[in-house]
Design a protein around this ligand. Sequence first.
Ligand code: 13P
Length: 248
Amino acid sequence: MSRALIAGNWKMNGLKASLSQVEAVAAAVGSGHGDVTALLCLPATLVAAGSESAEGTALRIGGETCHHNVKGAHTGDISAEMLADAGASHVIVGHSERRADHGESDAVVSAQASAALAASLVPIICVGESLAEREAGRTLERIESQLAGSIPDGVGAADFVIAYEPIWAIGTGKVASTEQIAEVHGAIRAWLSGRFGASGVETLILYGGSMNPANAAEILAVDNVNGGLIGGASLKAEDFLSIYRAAI
Ligand code: 13P
């Protein structure tokens, strides 16, 4: 692949003992491979230690969400600056699990992405349709409205990453077909070109949803797929590295 991002999302998984997996990924990534970036987004408790494990290598560490405010009375929340201070380079915002579990709206996600950018983190902005929306033929309409609502004003096309994650494909083992992925990624690219003009090609668009070592090469070969956002298969270094190798 040319420029690409292979990102893991550990979700609410991982204890200190799991840092051995981060160390194994870091050792294999070493000084990096061309234009393909490897990133592990870890639970907040592991970001600082994970960053230490990755130090001196090209492996990047990210957070899984951030608050939209810089600081203040928000018990239990984590700011983008805190993640950056702990060594993160990226942060996922608007994951469908956050949208569902915490009622995060497009407006909140947009504010979180702005907060991430202000802290010099790259936001990975997630979009994706439910099964009911797909079956009703409303997939592209849903994705386009999430893009319009979740990407902040005033950003450049290369400042953020989009992850397309069909909700029905997350953690279900039901991967979207290459035709479905091509259609949605093509529509996202067209939308980005409409918003950003010629620089719309610079935004990385990741696919997420039941990606694994067996299906990664096929998915990564689809037009306008610039990498993956991987949940379950990112927890084991060997599986994550096999997906990373499919991209390099
Ligand atoms: P799975 O790879 O476990 O389906 O999760 C995808 C995801 O939600 C990544 O953010």
